[in-house]
Design a protein around this ligand. Structure first.
Ligand code: G3P
Length: 216
């Protein structure tokens, strides 16, 4: 399972890239606002300059024509760009047109298997089931990821990659990997939690202390 960072925070991206474990970035308008970005294009181009992998960038308009126009503009900013299009009826039309133009799409805000099936048939490069938001309403978000992965596997001609998104804690990462999701995109905080273990810290401290007693 590849790991993407779900943030528009430049410092977090720089720190995470240094670890050598990040293959891409996903952003959305809320994350851009949290990062206090003022110039959408400049902020995305800055991210693309830091990481060589895919950078998912969401359209911020409604309507097929407006989404298509903006998606083409966004795609021209960098070869890294993957355009994020919502899992809606209009979104399907946009995805299929962009796919014909070889513009990669991450179909976002996916909350059902049927949305994922249609997105794949429209030609989306990625599908993003939002795990945490389903958990928030009392459903098992990771079950949706499992169902999508299983159903896509039934049809080997489907090349759409599954991104477990809206990840809230490290247990989500483990489940996503067990299921065989291609990618999990997570906040920087969750990435840090993945490496932490108290026994590692205790053990490391003891090794360093004991080494002081090793005769030289
Ligand atoms: O990648 C999707 C993600 O940004 C949504 O996460 O935590 O707002 O549900 P969250």
């Amino acid at each position: 399972m590849r790991i993407f960072l779900d943030t528009a925070n430049i410092e977090e991206i720089k720190q995470a890239v240094k670890l050598g474990v990040i293959s891409g970035i996903t952003t959305n308008p809320s994350l851009m606002a949290q990062a206090k970005a003022t110039d959408y294009e400049a902020a995305i181009k800055e991210i693309c300059a830091i990481i060589s992998g895919p950078v998912s960038t969401e359209v911020t308009v409604e309507g097929v024509d407006a989404m298509l126009k903006q998606a083409r503009q966004i795609a021209s900013w960098s070869p890294c760009i993957v355009v994020k299009i919502p899992s809606t009826l209009e979104g399907l039309e946009v995805i299929s047109t962009l796919a014909e133009e070889n513009i990669r799409v991450n179909c976002t805000l996916c909350f059902s298997v049927n949305q994922a099936l249609l997105a794949a048939r429209a030609g989306a490069a990625y599908i993003s089931p939002f795990v945490g938001r389903l958990d928030d309403i009392g459903q098992d978000g990771m079950q949706l990821v499992e169902d999508i992965v299983k159903i896509y596997k039934n049809y080997p001609e489907i090349k759409t990659e599954v991104i477990a998104a809206s990840i809230r804690h490290p247990e989500h990462c483990i489940r996503a990997a067990k299921i065989g999701a291609h990618i999990a995109t997570m906040p920087y905080k969750v990435l840090l939690q993945m490496i932490q273990h108290p026994l590692t810290d205790i053990g490391n401290k003891r090794f360093l202390a004991d080494f002081k007693n090793v005769s030289r």
